[in-house]
Ligand binder design. Structure first.
Ligand SMILES: [Zn+2]
Length: 479
């Protein structure tokens, strides 16, 4: 029998140290946060009360209320939170410290997440919700040099087509696109749009006698929740930098999902989906000048947009084949209608498996779609609002979504384990094919331009703009 080791003072101190709230430097590139929660632990009860009274006073609240806050956990939470802001106050010149304290006192959580050495939830919550993260990113992320801004501007809005350039050309207002050639647009666009729909629909062709197979709803739900958790984790500090953003206001991705395969679309739904694809077709330059360029279609003119919308509506009203294709397309493409004027909608997912490939490959594609549709919910409204002010709206509307999808989806692959893969492949039959990292972005040219902007401005600026709406960082000009 061995005699137990007699504990030393060092052993005891190690225990005390271990159970103390942490003192550390939190790395949230490009930010660094000083965490000194340990200092608070030395306070006795009276000192805590004295500190709280001081905090309430600075925050403009009745100091007497501080004495009414008797719950130990909540008292400490508030003290830790203020301590964290005070420690990092100097890093953000001009930060509204009083405003932040006022917010904290008003918003003491009912079930607080306390500081812990193995995660940063407390810090992200406090620094995010009080606006410190957003202000810190604004102070830290360098403004875009003029030259890069001009390069980016060319990606959003090429000069209007068919306008003489060079010496002698007029340099009037920017809206110089010639009037829309409606017949040309209709004649060129609709057949190509129909081809696109046909190519999409045949992907679900089954051999005679083969029954369709559907993905289980609960499996997609698990993936949706995982995608949200991964986005929150890997998009920091950007994801927490919008104080009223989806992650702080009860965003529950899975609750927004519905099964598109079993949904009958309205006329409005159909035309919206066709609009989305009409831009893909209209902006395509793979065979020379795009249809939009040839027809003088200018997305910045609302008349042009309205004309296209009406044309597509008329097309499916007159042409039953086109209509059938559009309905099938709607039922077999993921989509997110949160950006619509109706505000409602949700995230539609396709549950049917494609049969021209292993089910596991189809599942990986579903996973990528789930990430893509979620990302639509994360884009800052300021940034989304720029779509009507640029000549290539799809660069922001879909291209930017694709950039962030690539970040999140590749993270899932790169950090996947055997057990996480198993969960992602739940309900899948047949051989498991390994996932392929996302390298090229969807939405053809729009994806390519978005990627160019991402490369030009860099990841820090891009994600800051995407999450906080500081649009100058991606080369857009606030109006
Ligand atoms: Zn999309």
């Amino acid at each position: 029998m061995t005699t137990p080791k007699i504990p030393t003072m060092d052993d005891a101190l190690a225990v005390v140290q271990r159970d103390q709230p942490v003192n550390r430097t939190l790395d949230l590139p490009p930010l660094q946060v000083n965490v000194k929660h340990g200092d608070v632990l030395g306070f006795g009860d009276q000192e805590v009360t004295a500190q709280l009274i001081r905090i309430y006073r600075i925050a403009g609240h009745d100091p007497a209320l501080a004495q009414e806050l008797t719950d130990t956990q909540l008292r400490l939470w508030l003290l830790y939170a203020v301590n964290l802001l005070a420690e990092n106050r100097a890093a953000v010149p001009g930060f509204d410290f009083k405003g932040a304290l006022t917010w904290l006192v008003r918003n003491i959580p009912a079930e607080p997440v306390m500081p812990a050495p193995n995660h940063a939830e407390f810090e992200l919550h406090v620094l995010g919700r009080t606006g410190w993260l957003r202000a810190a990113l604004k102070a830290k992320v360098a403004r875009l040099p003029d030259q890069v801004r001009q390069q980016a501007a060319a990606c959003y809005s090429p000069p209007p087509s068919n306008v003489p350039s060079g010496p002698g050309a007029s340099s009037g207002p920017s809206d110089q696109t010639p009037p829309l050639d409606k017949d040309l647009l209709r004649k060129e666009l609709l057949p190509k749009l129909q081809n696109l729909l046909v190519n999409h629909v045949v992907q679900w062709r089954r051999q005679a006698g083969q029954e369709p197979r559907f993905q289980r709803w609960e499996d997609l739900g698990l993936i949706a929740r995982l995608a949200q958790a991964v986005a929150w984790r890997m998009l920091q500090p950007y994801a927490a930098a919008r104080e009223d953003g989806p992650f702080f206001t009860g965003f529950d991705y899975f609750s927004k999902i519905y099964d598109k395969t079993r949904t009958m679309p309205s006329e409005q739904d159909l035309v919206k989906h066709l609009m989305n694809r009409a831009y893909v077709v209209g902006e395509d330059t793979s065979a020379g000048k795009s249809i939009f360029t040839l027809a003088g279609y200018d997305s910045m003119r609302s008349d042009d947009r309205v004309f296209l919308f009406k044309t597509l509506g008329q097309w499916i009203a007159d042409n039953s084949t086109a209509r059938k294709l559009a309905v099938y397309f709607f039922q077999h493409i993921g989509s997110n209608s949160h950006a619509g004027a109706d505000g409602g909608g949700g995230v539609g997912l396709v549950t049917e498996f494609r049969t021209d490939r292993p089910e596991s490959q189809a599942r990986w594609e579903t996973i990528e779609t789930i990430v893509h549709e979620m990302t639509h919910n994360l884009i800052h409204p300021n940034l989304l609002a720029q779509t009507d002010k640029v000549r290539r709206p799809m660069v922001i509307k879909e291209g930017f979504i694709e950039v962030v999808t690539r970040e999140v989806f590749n993270w899932m692959i790169d950090n996947g384990s055997e057990s996480s893969t198993k969960r992602l492949m739940m309900g899948v039959e047949g051989q498991l094919v390994p996932p392929v990292r996302k390298t090229t972005l969807g939405y053809a040219e729009s994806g390519a331009y978005a990627d160019q902007i991402f490369q030009l401005v860099g990841r820090e600026r891009f994600l800051t703009a995407f999450m906080t709406g500081d649009i100058e960082l991606v080369g857009l000009t606030p109006s």
